[in-house]
Design a protein around this ligand. Structure first.
Ligand code: MG
Ligand code: ZN
Length: 351
């Protein structure tokens, strides 16, 4: 009787096995309207809508602003604390907080980050670095060398190799046993389990400018490499440029980035369906552009999609959370961006 009560309180001692792997996917700036613009342009629901089993709405406000930036919201999702805008991996008192990626690594899991922006940009940085301002790209690169996930694929080469202090952080990564490469093709060929792929000096091109299937392919590669670790893995994948297209009020670009991100989601869900021990969470850090969808007739092209952006900045509306896999039932109702770390940590039984 007492045992039952204790179990109910602890909730961690059900007979269910711990979740082995988590793939956490962030569409930067992807509000509901951004996602639905993608779906309507595609002519059918996105994978994140059609192939997931749970849905929640997530509030995104930061500690000092109803409208968050990507650093504060990234830190909230990664580290489980609300903090001030521009902070990376620090709480409101500027003290470092362990991220879910760092906690996963400390518990023996493999870890990875896949993005289409610079690796030092706010969202990926929130999972690895601890700095007072997101603009401190060179300091963030040092944090990435001190505290490197097993697999990192994205851009940002210049912050590692063309630095004010003249240090070559890629050589430092090589000294730690990493294979450092500069194209996705070389990354795919690499036999190394420790991999850093800096595939652009800064961010990668947009989808419209020919990025191709970089993000879904990089996601598949990261999963393949990380899945060799028997203790499981934590992988963060970001559709980084949905936000950037919305800052530019570029509807065609926005749709391209959302559909590309959804292809990476499809890769993750396909793996999770076979694996059965993988939780996939798909969400956003905030909405960008105050996008409204006004009217669309079937088969209308993205260019003719009637819409209106109401700002070139972020807004404070809640964003969608889609989930699939063991533990996905934890994603329901209204939640905070700072809830993810505790949910994932508990499901994976991290210490
Ligand atoms: Mg971002
Ligand atoms: Zn933004």
């Amino acid at each position: 009787m007492m045992l039952t009560a204790a179990c109910l309180i602890l909730t961690g001692c059900q007979k269910e096995e711990p979740v082995r792997n988590v793939i956490f996917m962030i569409g930067d700036g992807m509000g509901l309207n951004q996602a639905y613009a993608g779906a309507w342009a595609k002519g059918r629901p996105l994978e994140m809508m059609a192939s997931t089993t749970a849905f929640a709405l997530q509030e995104t406000w930061s500690d000092d602003n109803k409208v968050t930036d990507s650093a504060a919201s990234g830190t909230a999702m990664a580290c489980g604390v609300k903090t001030y805008n521009y902070a990376i991996g620090l709480n409101r008192d500027s003290l470092p907080v362990e991220s879910i990626l760092e906690q996963s690594a400390r518990n023996g899991k493999a870890t990875g980050i896949v993005v289409t922006c610079a690796m030092t940009h706010a969202t990926p940085a929130s999972y690895v670095a601890h700095q007072k301002n997101r603009s401190m790209a060179e300091e963030i690169a040092v944090d990435f060398v001190r505290n490197t996930p097993d697999v990192i694929i994205g851009g940002g080469r210049k912050h590692f190799e063309q630095r004010k202090d003249s240090l070559n952080m890629s050589d430092s990564l090589r000294a730690k046993g990493y294979d450092v490469v500069y194209t996705l093709e070389d990354a795919i060929q690499s036999p190394s389990e420790l991999l850093a792929a800096f595939c652009a000096d800064d961010k990668l091109p947009t989808v419209v400018d020919g990025r191709g299937d970089f993000l879904p392919k990089a996601t598949a590669l990261a999963i393949k490499k990380l899945n060799k670790e028997k203790k499981g893995f934590f992988l963060m994948v970001e559709g980084s440029q949905i936000d950037m297209r919305c800052h530019s009020n570029d509807m065609v670009g926005e749709i391209g980035e959302v559909l590309d991100f959804d292809e990476a989601v499809a890769v993750a869900l396909e793996f999770a369906k076979k694996d059965k021990h993988t939780l996939v969470v798909i969400t956003a850090d905030h909405e960008t552009g105050g996008l409204a969808i006004l009217q669309k007739t079937p088969y209308e092209s993205a260019e003719r999609f009637r819409h209106k952006f109401t700002t070139t900045g972020h807004t404070g509306v809640p964003v969608p959370v889609y989930a699939y896999g063991p533990g996905s039932e934890n994603y329901e109702g209204l939640m905070q961006n700072s809830d993810h770390k505790d949910i994932i940590s508990r499901l994976m039984r991290l210490k």
